[in-house]
Design a binder for this molecule. Structure first.
Ligand code: ADP
Ligand code: 3PG
Ligand code: MG
Length: 393
């Protein structure tokens, strides 16, 4: 496991400390914070800075405003939520760079906080523009990386600033490294991965990386569609991600030689237009016009059987359209089964933690990551730019 220079050893008292957090949280239709998990998980770092007498300047993005000032992506609702959680006001600087931000940071007293407005309102952020990174770096004397969910991005606020200031890892980043490293440094075997969700192109490298590393790999949800389609399955009106034929074939070829048992769905729960209830059908025989929406009961049993005796489990991505009650059973039943198995179970993914919570099966996990893409890359064993830039100890 890699160990990074820790915030615990940073001389923060009376200093302006620039902290990159990932407050990219889901919002309600009125803009309020719908899930405060990422804010709550940053509190150990923030409490430490508060009691140690730092002058804390928080940087985050929210959504993908594309380098434009677009107030739908304002961090104001986050400032409200954070103030409530910290029990002290956290003012929002209307721009993350410029004279007003500089003045506001200069006014900070020991133990106080300032949140900067969405750093992605500037194109220089995602471009990791050196001039923009230098402007951000002016706002602090030290840098703390605690935005685990964003360390896979080489942006100005994750990499550019870290190169310009003495950089330390925050407590959330340390916790994520500890939790997720257990999956790559000699995981206790058998190791089983359960993958679902929708973004096949994004997840293919991770699926590949499990071949030879995991004893079993169960693929459900919309993630399974291109694999079944490649085997000639009829999927009715189901939308299948296209253009992946070569990659899928390469995956099957690698799987055969890998020693990893790959389990694809053998049955579905389908949605038939005009019919209110879900119906079951074999995985390769979805009728014309119908949609594959959840893994069926036989597949649940098969996935559950693959988990028997496992010591380490990684789960990412719902096994069906879990937001719809009719199609949540696959995910719920498999995860409820996991709850009864002893071992180290990790949940990662933007939607996965929320789905586990909504389905009441969070207790199946010993570790729930705040990372989406970042966690998936970490678990593949890739080097993440926002971590690479923090000195090792
Ligand atoms: P995560 O963010 O946890 O990695 P993804 O973003 O890849 O997960 O996928 C989550 C989405 O996939 C959810 O909205 C879920 O409803 C959808 N999904 C999974 N299986 C199906 C399916 N069979 N049909 C339609 N949507 C599905
Ligand atoms: C996430 O939610 O995965 C992170 O906040 C990164 O957001 P991004 O995918 O827009 O870079
Ligand atoms: Mg998602």
């Amino acid at each position: 496991m890699v160990t990074k220079r820790s915030i615990a050893d940073a001389p923060v008292r009376g200093r302006r400390v620039l902290v990159r957090v990932d407050f990219n949280v889901p919002q309600t239709s009125t803009g309020a914070v719908a899930d405060d998990r990422r804010i709550v998980e940053a509190l150990p770092t923030l409490h430490h800075l508060q009691t140690a007498g730092a002058r804390t300047v928080l940087i985050s993005h929210l959504g993908r405003p594309g380098g434009q000032r677009d107030m739908r992506y304002s961090l104001r609702p986050v400032a409200h939520k954070l103030s409530a959680l910290l029990g002290q006001p956290v003012p929002l600087a209307e721009d993350c760079v410029g004279i007003h931000a500089l003045e506001a940071t200069a006014r900070l007293k020991n133990g106080e906080f300032l949140l900067l407005e969405n750093v992605r309102f500037h194109p220089g952020e995602e471009a990791n523009d050196p001039a923009f990174a230098a402007q951000l770096a002016q706002l602090g004397e030290l840098f703390v990386e605690d935005a685990f969910g964003t360390v896979h991005r080489a942006h100005a606020s994750t990499v550019g600033v870290a190169k310009r200031l003495p950089a330390f890892a925050g407590y959330l980043v340390e916790k994520e490294i500890r939790g997720l490293s257990r999956l790559i440094d000699h995981p206790e075997r058998p190791y089983v991965a359960i993958m679902g969700g929708a973004k096949v192109r994004d997840k293919l490298p991770l699926l590949q990386s499990f071949l030879g590393r995991a004893q079993a790999l169960c693929i459900g949800g919309a993630l399974a569609f291109p694999f079944l389609a490649a085997q000639g399955a009829h999927l009715g009106a189901t939308a299948v991600e296209t253009g992946l034929e070569t990659e899928v074939q390469a995956f099957f070829d690698a799987a055969r030689a890998s020693g990893t048992d790959v389990h694809l769905p053998t049955d579905w729960l389908i949605e038939v237009p005009g019919e209110p209830d879900a119906q079951a059908c074999p995985a390769d025989q979805v009728p014309e016009g119908a949609l594959a929406r959840d893994i069926g009961p036989r597949t649940r049993d098969r996935f559950y059987a693959a988990l028997a005796g496992s010591k380490t489990v990684f789960w990412n991505g719902p096994l069906g359209l879990a937001e719809d009650k009719r199609f949540a059973a696959g995910t719920r039943e498999v995860l409820a089964g996991l709850r009864g198995i002893e071992g180290f179970h990790v949940c990662a993914g933007g939607d996965s933690a929320r789905v586990a919570q909504d389905l009441g099966v969070e207790a199946a996990f010993q570790y729930i990551s705040t990372g989406g893409g970042a966690a998936l890359e970490f678990v593949q064993g890739l080097e993440l730019p926002g971590l690479a830039v923090i000195p090792d100890v």
